[in-house]
Design a protein around this ligand. Structure first.
Ligand code: SF4
Ligand code: FES
Length: 323
């Protein structure tokens, strides 16, 4: 995975559970499966099965097929379907919409129909402490939040309970996550399962403007992204790199309690390097070149199959012709 990332985003496999700053992450979601057609210079035999790029060590002479191999592309469709087995299609009301990795993954690699007929697992939303809400319905069991709590907080009190279809993120006997760095589980969650209660339902992310800012904090680096709606700071998050991974973990005081512009030294507009709806239409013509979104739209255009029954519509002539 890291070798592919060094080449560039067009080559890097998708990742739903791997998170470079977290030791031991990866190997859970299978989003990054690739075909190794030659193992190494010394042993050029192909690997018999697809392997997860995030936990496979690179070797001299290794040949990896990721973007063109039919088996890989077909498998990814299945992985999307699998991750969506229990995931609700509540993007219109989910705070993560617009910055959700599962949304991107299913758009880029999924199919537009589902074969699921089974009932989805459903859970009631749970408060994990004062500022974090868990919507277990949306969780894809990537374990990132568990590793985060393990590696950057003093005592992890949540984890994955049960196994298989019964698995769920839980704090043992509803014990709250309560320590200075617990809010980082929100930033590492690739979907909208862990959300910031101070931000929930305040705005769609594409209506907010991200700005880099810092403060002198005695608990963390104080380097954050402020999310503005108009003049109001509606959310504070850690800064992320082009892979959507945190550059630094921030403390809860910066995240939840410093919501005034006067609390911060503003550095300027955040450069959102991951292709994203967030970077569109934000700072005027100077920063976003019109050619960029047009080229991206042309490259990523995808015909959505729409087989819905339209017979209930009386004026069929007003609909665009189905291609
Ligand atoms: S809550 Fe989010 S980060 Fe934690 S396991 Fe589920 S999807 Fe992953
Ligand atoms: S990103 Fe490799 S298995 Fe999840």
């Amino acid at each position: 995975m890291q070798a592919a990332r060094m080449i560039g985003p067009d080559v890097a496999p998708p990742a739903m559970c791997y998170y470079e700053p977290l030791k031991g992450s990866g190997g859970k979601c299978r989003a990054c499966l690739v075909k190794v057609t030659a193992g190494s210079e010394k042993d050029p035999r192909p690997m018999p099965k697809l392997v997860p790029a995030c936990i496979t060590a690179v070797q001299d002479g290794m040949i990896v097929e990721n973007t063109v191999n039919e088996q890989v592309l077909e498998t990814r469709k299945g992985i999307v379907e699998f991750l969506l087995l229990n995931h609700p299609l509540d993007c219109p009301v989910c705070d993560q919409a617009g910055e959700c990795h599962l949304q991107d993954f299913s758009f880029e690699h999924g199919v537009s129909s589902t074969r699921t007929v089974e009932e989805r697992n459903t859970f009631e939303p749970v408060d994990l402490g004062e500022n974090i809400k868990l919507n277990m319905n949306r969780c894809i069991l990537c374990y990132r939040c568990v590793y985060t709590a393990d590696q950057i907080t003093d005592g992890r009190v949540h984890g994955v309970m049960h196994r298989g279809d019964h698995a769920e993120i839980s704090t043992y006997i509803e014990k709250a996550i309560d320590n200075d760095f617990s809010g980082n589980v929100i930033d590492v969650c690739p979907v909208g399962a862990l959300t910031d209660k101070t931000y929930r339902f305040k705005s769609r992310v594409w209506f907010s403007k991200p700005m880099d800012a810092h403060c002198s904090c005695d608990k963390c680096s104080g380097n954050v992204t402020l999310w503005y709606r108009g003049d109001e700071v509606i959310r504070v998050t850690g800064r992320k790199n082009e892979w959507g991974e945190l550059k630094e973990f921030i403390c809860n005081t910066c995240r939840f309690d410093r919501k005034k512009t006067s609390d911060w030294v503003i550095e300027g507009p955040t450069n959102v390097s991951r292709h994203s709806v967030i970077s569109a239409n934000k700072y005027g013509a100077g920063l976003i070149k019109p050619a960029f979104p047009i080229a991206q739209a042309a490259r990523d255009y995808k015909l959505i199959e729409d087989d819905r029954d339209r017979s209930f519509l009386t004026n069929q002539a007003s609909l665009p012709a189905k291609k």
